[in-house]
Design a protein around this ligand. Structure first.
Ligand SMILES: NC(=O)c1ccc[n+]([C@@H]2O[C@H](COP(=O)([O-])OP(=O)(O)OC[C@H]3O[C@@H](n4cnc5c(N)ncnc54)[C@H](O)[C@@H]3O)[C@@H](O)[C@H]2O)c1
Length: 330
């Protein structure tokens, strides 16, 4: 289901929330954005605070969140608000999807990555011991408020992560590509990415183009212990290199530059701990089903001209293992 997207300033967002001040305002909020919020929210007894979102994106937090909100009097017709990055909004969304059989919820993402990816599309999920995001459901927020004022306190690490997600959309949409190259404000680009994802998902939830770069990015994320968007930026570069997509590689360079991303940190050589064999072993285990020899790669020839190619996994593995940069690290 499509969410209503609004682009607004923090003061405008708080004015809108003021309407609920007297009533029952229930929220799940990342502790790190507390100082961004008005005092009445900071001291509201109806807020379930999250300290370390990714570490707490689990059953324990989910269950304490449910118990807390029920104790505070949340009802079937209550509305749950979420303020935070993708991990916080995943926990909040999963609570909203399941508490009292499911209630409505809305989100104000506070990270760049959350604005571009995490809060759009309705996937709400938590981590379990067996892996990340393995338990969840679909429950789109009613409203997603994109407010660039939250970005002022983001660390460089989180900014790179969000820019990596933006980079993907720069390959899928001509408008976003132009905004990146024109160095439009990050929050404007983020809003356009959110609009694009929201639109694509409304047409077809399983649209494969959103998977551009994902397969390699999961392997980078796992082997280098870097954030999802950071891994995605690297994945796009190597995907285009492996598949000899010269025009896309050229555009990657231009967009990374325009987004002021640290080019040197986006190469495998930057990571002394990188292990090529562990990387290909991860791909072997996760990129295709046991009995299938092929993988399906979403590729782009040039901006906004995406297609899917079936590639033999053993050929892809051969390309990776024989790439000069990767070979040097073997
Ligand atoms: N549901 C989906 O469709 C979807 C899509 C992509 C990613 N995700 C999930 O999103 C998570 C990654 O998202 P993320 O990068 O936003 O991570 P996150 O929520 O863990 O936030 C990253 C860090 O930034 C901090 N933070 C949040 N807002 C801040 C602000 N304004 N100023 C300073 N610090 C702030 C957080 O406390 C945290 O330390 C993962 O759990 C991933 O699985 C979900």
């Amino acid at each position: 289901m499509k969410s209503k997207l609004t682009y607004l300033l923090k003061l405008e967002l708080f004015k809108e929330l003021d309407n609920f001040r007297e009533g029952q305002f229930f929220a799940v909020i990342d502790q790190k954005v507390k100082n961004h919020l008005p005092q009445w929210i900071q001291f509201s007894p109806h807020v379930f605070w999250i300290k370390n979102p990714e570490d707490e994106k689990n059953f324990e937090t989910y269950s304490s969140g449910i118990e807390f909100l029920l104790k505070q009097g949340i009802k079937k017709d209550s509305h749950l608000y979420a303020f935070g990055g993708g991990a916080t909004t995943d926990i909040a969304g999963f609570i909203a999807a399941t508490i009292l059989g499911g209630i409505k919820w809305s989100v104000a993402p506070t990270t760049l990555s959350g604005m571009v990816e995490g809060s759009i599309g309705g996937k709400v999920q938590i981590n379990v011991l067996n892996g990340k995001n393995l338990v969840g459901t679909e429950h789109s927020p009613e409203h997603v408020y994109i407010c660039g004022d939250f970005l002022t306190t983001l660390s460089e690490r989180e900014l790179i992560c969000g820019k990596g997600e933006i980079l993907k959309y720069g390959f899928l949409s001509k408008e976003i590509h132009v905004m990146i190259m024109d160095k439009a404000p990050l929050e404007d680009i983020a809003f356009e990415c959110a609009r694009y994802k929201n639109y694509i998902i409304e047409l077809d939830m399983s649209d494969q183009k959103l998977e551009l770069g994902r397969m390699l990015s999961y392997a980078f994320e796992d082997s280098l212990k870097i954030t999802q968007g950071y891994a995605l930026a690297m994945a796009l570069k190597y995907l285009f290199k492996f598949m000899k997509l010269e025009e896309s590689l050229y555009q990657w360079d231009r967009m990374v530059h325009a987004l002021s991303m640290p080019m040197e940190k986006l190469t495998v050589g930057y990571f002394s701990q990188f292990d090529v064999n562990a990387f290909t072993a991860y791909l072997d285990q996760h990129s295709h089903k046991k009995n299938e020899q092929h993988v399906h790669l979403v590729l782009v020839k040039s901006i906004a001209s995406q297609y899917v190619e079936e590639v033999l996994f053993k050929d892809l593995k051969h390309i990776i293992q024989n790439d000069e940069e990767f070979k040097r690290l073997a």
